[in-house]
Every structure is written in structure tokens, then in C-alpha cells.
Design a binder for this molecule. Structure first.
Ligand code: ZN
Length: 275
């Protein structure tokens, strides 16, 4: 069972400050006709829960709204229910939560993102917090799809076309993950037969976004072939990779100088002596 921060007393939480803490972040946006609008939030939380179990981390409440859906990666802002935050709001929210965790004594923090458009704003928040706290905490950010290797991708897609991560919106991977974690929320019978077959994004962005810029059903690529088995493969590959990232980055990592690893400092000393 994953340890959920929102089910702990403040004292129990404080006693776990030596353990990693995981902050999942998703979005609330349309995911075509066959998936609910909470997909990114549900996946962020489910994957983070699995991770928390494996690394004995503490699972923070999931941030459920994200940066604006873009037409060429999430379908854009015109769909009812797509709740877009301004970039400054995302930065402020993530920055405040991270700062609180660091002030509470946590030094190993994993931010697990599941919404394509969030990343630049999460990284900005992490950078600002890192600067203002002198780098006392190690903060790792990853999207669930980042650590998948070409070998993993071959096994997961297994002959299905991969349109690129921006267009993998409500398509094979998200649908497969939802079939793995929450099959009762997936309605494959609602997938339009022409999903994704005609959508090729323009090589530029134009504002305002207009109806007709993206397929009316909201999907950007076909979910055909999605399955719980593929979802499980994604989860297993992601777990393997992120657990090993956490082992590498978190275990006993307390550099004297936040910006420089000990061996780099030694090398700099050598250079200094030589000149
Ligand atoms: Zn999504």
C-alpha cells in the first residue's frame, strides 16, 4: 500500500522526511469521446501510487489542473471541460508546494507529470525553488513517457504506428493505461471510425484557435489497438526506469556544493594547481 500524505497526521508526515516524496501533476481536459477528462490526473496519480509503493515514497495529493491544452498536443481550448491554467498559475502552484516540502525538511522530491503541456512550467518552478533554497533538495522531474527506451516502445506498440508524443493524445498509450488502471472509465465503442486518420498538424501555430483546427471528436491519433496488456507494459517499463532514477539520484545524495559533484570539484582543483 502506498503511503498517502493526505491520510497521515502531520507528525507521521514529518517522520517520513528522510523518504522520497512524490508530487503527481495532471490536467483536466478533453480526451476524445471514449476517455474521461481526468485521464492525465488519474494516470499521474495511479503511476505515482505504484512508484510510491516501490520506493517507499510518500504520495502527495495530485495537482489536477494543468497548463493550457494546445491544439496540436491536447486538442486546444475550445472543448467544454478543458480547464486551462495560465503558465504563471502552474509555476506559482508547483513552486509553492515544492517550497513547503523543502521547508518541511524533505530533500528528495520526484515530480511526476502526465500532461504534455505542463513540463516547461514545472521546470521553471523547480528552477526558481532550487535557486531560492540554495539547492538543498534534489528535485527530479519526469513525464511517465520520458524513460521509455526504444526497446520498450517496440514492445508496447508492437506493429502499431507511433505518431509522436504530442499526438499521442487519447490514443494508444493513454487508452491502454486507462484500460490497465480504470477500465470502467473507457468506452471503446465511442471511438469514431476515422479517429486520427486525417489529422496532420500544421508546421506553425496560429491564434486565435478556431473550430476545425483539430478533429471535432477531440482525438489526435487513433487509439485502435489499445489494450490493458499494452498499458501494463508501459507501467512496468516506467517503474523499472523511474525506480532506478530514484536510486541513482536520491540515495544518500547530499553534495557539499549544490551545483558541483565532488569529483567535479576535485577536477577543478587539479586544473587550478596545474595552472
Ligand atoms: Zn492526456
Amino acid at each position: 500500500m502506498a503511503v498517502r500524505m493526505d491520510q497521515l497526521s502531520w507528525k507521521e508526515f514529518a517522520e517520513r522526511s528522510h523518504q522520497p516524496v512524490i508530487l503527481p501533476i495532471g490536467s483536466t481536459e478533453q480526451h476524445g469521446q471514449h476517455l474521461p477528462m481526468g485521464v492525465d490526473t488519474i494516470l499521474a496519480e495511479c503511476i505515482a501510487t505504484d512508484l510510491a509503493e516501490r520506493i517507499d515514497g510518500t504520495l502527495m495529493p495530485t495537482l489536477s489542473y494543468g497548463y493550457k491544452s494546445r491544439p496540436q498536443s491536447g486538442g486546444g481550448p475550445l472543448f467544454p471541460g478543458t480547464i486551462d491554467l495560465n503558465g504563471s498559475t502552474v509555476i506559482a502552484q508547483v513552486r509553492d508546494v515544492l517550497r513547503e516540502l523543502i521547508d518541511d525538511g524533505f530533500r528528495n522530491i520526484l515530480v511526476l507529470n502526465a500532461h504534455f503541456e505542463n513540463e516547461a512550467f514545472i521546470l521553471e518552478a523547480i528552477d526558481l525553488v532550487n535557486r531560492e533554497t540554495g539547492g538543498v533538495a534534489t528535485v527530479v522531474e519526469t513525464n511517465w513517457w520520458d524513460p521509455l527506451t526504444p526497446h520498450d516502445m517496440e514492445a508496447i506498440f508492437d506493429g502499431l504506428p507511433f505518431p509522436g508524443w504530442a499526438l499521442e493524445h487519447a490514443a494508444v498509450t493513454e487508452t491502454s493505461l486507462m484500460l490497465h488502471y480504470a477500465p470502467e472509465l473507457v468506452h471503446l465503442d465511442r471511438v469514431p471510425t476515422d479517429t486520427g486518420t486525417s489529422f496532420a498538424p500544421a508546421p506553425y501555430v496560429r491564434y486565435p484557435v478556431r473550430p476545425g483546427d483539430v478533429p471535432a471528436h477531440g482525438g489526435l491519433a487513433s487509439p485502435a489497438g489499445a489494450s490493458a496488456e499494452r498499458g501494463q507494459l508501459i507501467v512496468e517499463a516506467c517503474m523499472r526506469a523511474v525506480v532506478s532514477i530514484c536510486e541513482q539520484e536520491f540515495v544518500g545524495r547530499q553534495p557539499e556544493h549544490p551545483a558541483l559533484e565532488p569529483q567535479v570539484i576535485e577536477e577543478l582543483k587539479t586544473i587550478g594547481t596545474a595552472s
